[in-house]
Design a protein around this ligand. Structure first.
Ligand SMILES: Nc1nc2c(ncn2[C@@H]2O[C@H](COP(=O)(O)OP(=O)(O)O)[C@@H](O)[C@H]2O)c(=O)[nH]1
Ligand SMILES: [Mg+2]
Length: 248
């Protein structure tokens, strides 16, 4: 018996023309093999300029379970994740990267935990990334732990399965790579229960990696500064003016 009963899968995709086809086809084949599971696969094309848009439309025509959603301009990873969340219709939501660096069939490792937990998060057993990325991820993870008090083994691992009803009433505050922190901050405030499962991570076969670019990193910091107090759910004591203090 598949757990959950219905599943929305989405892939943020920015210039992934050579990756999105094999990933989508593999996902459809894999999920069709789950008896009783209703599913949809949503390709979120984030303003690609390399033909991903056309490729996604072709896939949507070829497979009834597949939908393509397009941003006319590039909004960033977080913007694509929020679109995927808003477009999802089923009981649970799963997302992974459109570049195929993860093996979607490892959802089989996550499914057994779903139901016992509201969310199941993958962590990369061994990241196929350069050393500076690994070091930066460690430092970012530590900073987030200090600021927010939550700790995931692999915050930005793009292999996450979450009950959709917990996501449905959230609204978007960030559009860059801060999205994971935003989601985690909001979900843990709701008392989310989760577990973490090791998954494999493979080098990109095609396309260009931009997740570790200076632009992406600076944007994440900018969004962290802008949204920190809101995500923590309280205002800084120092910032409180006299007129906002409770009346005696
Ligand atoms: N970097 C980046 N990725 C995006 C954007 N929009 C969607 N994506 C997708 O997000 C995923 C992660 O991007 P990638 O550059 O591979 O980052 P990395 O795997 O963390 O190094 C890929 O599937 C991209 O196609 C964007 O504006 N920038
Ligand atoms: Mg990648």
């Amino acid at each position: 018996m598949p757990v959950p009963r219905s599943l929305s899968v989405f892939f943020p995709a920015h210039n992934e023309v050579d990756n999105i086809g094999p990933l989508t086809e593999k996902t459809v084949r894999f999920l069709r093999g789950k008896p009783g599971l209703t599913f949809e696969v949503i390709i979120v094309n984030d303003g690609s300029t390399d033909g991903t848009r056309e490729r996604a439309d072709e896939l949507a025509r070829a497979y009834p379970e597949v939908r393509a959603v397009h941003h006319d301009v590039n909004k960033g990873y977080g913007g694509a994740v929020w679109t995927g969340i808003r477009e999802s219709r089923h009981e649970a939501v799963f997302f992974t990267d459109g570049d195929g660096q993860f093996d979607v069939t490892e959802l089989d490792l996550l499914f057994p935990h779903y139901g016992q937990y509201d969310a199941v998060f993958g962590y990369r057993i061994k990241r196929a990334d350069p050393l500076h990325r690994l070091l930066f991820a460690k430092a970012w993870g530590l900073l987030i732990r200090i600021l927010f008090g939550f700790r995931l083994r692999d915050l930005d691992c793009a292999f996450k399965l979450i009950r959709r009803d917990l996501l449905a009433d959230l609204f978007q505050e960030t559009a860059g790579a801060m999205v994971t922190v935003e989601l985690l901050a909001k979900l843990t405030r709701k008392g989310l229960s989760y577990t973490e499962v090791g998954v494999h991570h493979y080098p990109r076969r095609a396309g260009v990696q931009s997740g570790g670019s200076l632009k992406v990193i600076l944007r994440a910091f900018r969004e962290l500064f802008k949204t920190y107090w809101k995500l923590r759910g309280r205002r800084p004591a120092l910032g409180r003016g006299k007129n906002q203090s409770p009346k005696p």
